[in-house]
Design a protein around this ligand. Sequence first.
Ligand code: SF4
Ligand code: SF4
Length: 354
Amino acid sequence: MAAPTPPGETCSFAEITAIPAIRERWEKVRRYFFLRESTYDMTNRCNIRCEGCYYFTGAKQFAGERPDESAWRSLMQAERERGITFAVLAGAEPSLVPQLCRICAEIIPCGAIATNGLKALPRDIDYRIHISVWGNDRTSSEIRKADNMLVRQMANYRDDPRAVFVYTFTPHNIDEAKEVTALLAANGQQITFNMFSAPVGYTGPLRHSPASLARTAAMMTELLHDHPRTVLFSAYNIVAHTHALGLHDLFSCPYPRRNPSTAIGLGRSFRQYRTDLRWDRAAACCVPDTDCRDCRHYAAGSAVVTARMFRHATDSETFAAWLDYVDTYLAVWMHGYTKGPNLCDHPVVPPASH
Ligand code: SF4
Ligand code: SF4
């Protein structure tokens, strides 16, 4: 990247965006600022049961299902009318109700589906598909009680440009990320990284420690370097998601659960619908029932870090790091968006609010 501002020296937004590489990336990402997300629990059933699953924590798992397609159609039409342009279909396992996923995609054309990948979603549902991976197949057998998971996931989504594998780092699967990433690279598939973020009240062994955060950062850095075409991530993603502070303490989470404002942004527009098609403002965020102090979830970061543009517009290096984060987020969430080379290849300290 050309002519970064020396660290510690601030400059104006016009000066920052006068740098050609930054201006080009800024013009590329700002075209997607129309995206307004909400999330939808599609079913309260899952075909496996993982340790530490945040869906099966708290009240949302007990919401009844609304399997009637007309109710879903009405909901999505109302969502589109109130300005929602991006649908995230999640909890528990959306692939068990493909007919409802299809209705969502027909009415809101941009979206993503979080799945365990054991049942393939029909190809005509044109959303980005996030396939969760929690380690190699030995670890998945232990923690997710499912055998040959990666083999089955890769077979279900072979040559499918909708698919991106999401590897959740726990303190116990850090080294395994190497073999999983190499396997996906050999199969021409893409991977991005997530951090286990403890559900409220969780005291089990998957919660990260300062030592496991540091080891995870080192592994992410190595994988990003070794597999730049396979790994959708950046140096600043690594900083933001392995910092000793969680995302809320670093950047102040804008989701309604943490943000009382109903005037602008996510505080105004975001809703998290449960399977009974109700939503609760007090619980609304993309990962409800996650402990905010421990929240380093990739879905949370996509909104929390991205929303803090002005905080990062202090100097060219910090803004380039933020642009890498946004470019990564769009590549992970928008089907058809291609990530560019990272502009900033080293860790940048997250700016404090000012
Ligand atoms: S696959 Fe997802 S929803 Fe199902 S138990 Fe595991 S984490 Fe929970
Ligand atoms: S769990 Fe994460 S995304 Fe949800 S409100 Fe807390 S900090 Fe925000």
